[in-house]
Design a protein around this ligand. Structure first.
Ligand code: ADP
Length: 345
């Protein structure tokens, strides 16, 4: 049952699951097995390993401190995210569910051509839910989620960064199924990579190839970026699927606003809500949430001993402070990039 926040939108997949009915224990995002214990200090004897030369060295080379860092800071243990927690993106969600999630959960039932995709690039302005969607994919797969930021990795001492990346993929392969989420992935895949990037870049590209081709791997890599144009074609084409995660449309904006305002006991009239939806075009999901939070803070400020719900006037005031970061020109560039390189869905 899809009982999340934004369950009003029928998904293709809810109507016609191609791989049987909703009997899969993982269909509601619950884990098939309990999440493993924190990464074992003693490695499992038959841990599946990568075939690349770099990877063959991994078991010997795993630095216990880096392993601990990966286990405590990079392995995520956040709350589960359901499809219905993500407003909008109906077609992208359905495509990912049908082409990636189900084939991994039920390999025998997959009838598509070739191997199901294991690498996805989610591109779009900041705050549009790319990370949220990645967490959702991980929840649906019942997988271990390892999240690292491309820019953070790049600002780390080079040898250390390479060790971290290596250990991340090693832990992922030991704790399959696993999702490796690389936010701001473009930082590692720059078109004209400088010396600092190039080692990490070729390392990451070889891991992308490994997860795509190795039949023993149940590792998915998701890259997210708000600057897809800064990557070279060879790099972004390494991702089997590339989806544009756009700012929410009017239906999704209404859902996000409704949900955020309901938490502040704010009840707008239909007219006020329509006006709000109309005036928030090109706001990202995250900016919509910020707008409501700021309005809530204004309401609280004028409290004077009385409990007041957020009003439309508070929201109007918040409008002066919270503006969409992405300009129309930038949004047009995303659309152009999508036309050239995006995966149709
Ligand atoms: P990105 O990774 O694209 O920068 P995030 O996934 O980190 O964006 O989104 C930040 C927050 O904004 C989310 O945690 C959520 O609260 C809100 N948000 C963004 N997009 C959506 C959406 N489509 N549906 C619901 N909430 C959203």
């Amino acid at each position: 049952e899809h009982s999340g926040k934004y369950s009003g939108q029928p998904m293709k997949s809810m109507v016609s699951p191609p791989y049987g009915t909703g009997d899969a224990p993982l269909a509601n995002g619950e884990r098939a097995t309990e999440p493993g214990p924190p990464f074992p200090l003693r490695l499992p004897p038959k841990a599946p390993l990568f075939s690349s030369p770099a990877a063959e060295e991994q078991p010997k080379n795993v630095d216990p401190l880096v392993l601990e860092l990966v286990n405590t800071k990079i392995v995520e243990r956040g709350p589960p995210v359901q499809w219905t927690d993500i407003a909008g993106q109906v077609s992208v969600k359905a495509t990912i569910e049908e082409e990636l999630v189900w084939p991994i959960l039920r390999p025998g039932a997959y009838t598509g051509a070739g191997r199901p995709p294991r690498t996805i690039l989610l591109f779009g302005p900041r705050g549009t839910g790319k990370t949220l969607l990645s967490r959702c994919i991980s929840t649906q797969l019942g997988s271990t989620l390892l999240k690292l930021s491309g820019t953070a990795l790049l600002s780390t001492w080079k040898a250390e960064a390479e060790k971290i990346l290596q250990t991340v993929f090693f832990v992922a392969s030991c704790r399959q199924p696993a999702v490796v989420l690389i936010t701001e992935a473009e930082a590692l895949l720059l078109a004209r990579a400088g010396e600092d990037v190039s080692g990490l870049k070729s390392q990451l590209l070889s891991y992308l190839d490994d997860v795509s081709t190795s039949s023993e791997q149940n590792v998915v890599v998701i890259g997210t970026t708000s600057r897809p144009g800064s990557m070279d074609e060879a790099s972004h084409r390494r991702f089997a699927k590339r989806f544009y995660i756009s700012p929410p449309d009017s239906i999704a904006r209404r859902q996000i606003l409704h949900h955020a305002l309901a938490q502040q006991s704010c009840c707008l009239s239909e007219r006020e809500m329509s006006s709000l939806v109309q005036h928030t075009e090109s706001f990202s999901g995250s900016e919509l949430v910020q707008l409501c939070q700021r309005a809530g803070a204004t309401a609280l400020h004028g409290l004077q001993g009385q409990l007041q719900p957020t009003s439309y006037q508070d929201l109007e005031k918040a409008f002066c402070k919270v503006r969409p970061a992405a300009s129309q020109k930038e949004l047009d560039l995303f659309l152009e990039w999508d036309k050239l390189y995006g995966t149709r869905h």
